[in-house]
Design a protein. Structure first.
Length: 182
């Protein structure tokens, strides 16, 4: 934590005492929750720590988007950031695992399947990265975590109808990206 604050202070002089206090409060309030959520995805202590560190860097960069550090919306915001960091690390770990499996596999059919799976996963991650952050979050919460619209709405502080509309937009945008129209 101290290293993060020191890095931010040396990075910019515009970091006010209020921003540092808000960030420090967020860190102490959510560090365990973010670690738990990251560990749920990664099942690896070191990777989960890396995801949490990256999440707090992103949280600091987006500190101006947080109005009330104690609101449920803020909790959903920081958890979503941590989840996205963990998913990114998981994608990298899966790609590395696929490469290792490719090296260990002698059967040409297995190699082809492994390569196609790795390429498909990489393409999906690349397409998801091109979506607007809120559309991506809703899409991942729905399809990666299989959450109902009601829970997604509660986590993000929006209505269920808004979740449905944004999920439709995310699918439409992904379809456009996949067909090369965007």
């Amino acid at each position: 934590m101290f290293v993060l604050l020191l890095a931010f202070d040396t990075r910019t002089e515009r970091t006010t005492r209020t921003e540092r206090d808000a960030f420090e409060y967020l860190y102490h309030k959510y560090k365990d929750l973010l670690f738990y959520k990251s560990w749920e995805i990664l099942h690896d202590y070191m990777l989960a720590e890396d995801a949490v560190s990256e999440a707090f860097i992103r949280i600091f960069r987006n500190l101006d988007k947080i109005e009330d550090v104690d609101s449920p919306r803020t909790a959903a915001f920081v958890v979503t950031i941590a989840r996205n960091c963990a998913l990114t690390l998981l994608g990298k770990a899966n790609r590395e695992s696929a490469e290792e499996a490719l090296e260990e596999t002698a059967d040409p059919l297995d190699i082809e399947t492994t390569v196609l799976d790795a390429l498909a996963a990489e393409e999906v991650y690349a397409l998801l990265d091109r979506l607007d952050e809120q559309l991506r979050d809703i899409f991942v919460l729905k399809y990666a975590y299989d959450l109902p619209h009601r829970e997604i709405a509660a986590q993000l502080g929006i209505t269920e109808n808004n979740v449905t509309v944004k999920l439709h937009r995310a699918k439409k945008k992904l379809s456009e990206l996949m067909s090369g129209r965007s």
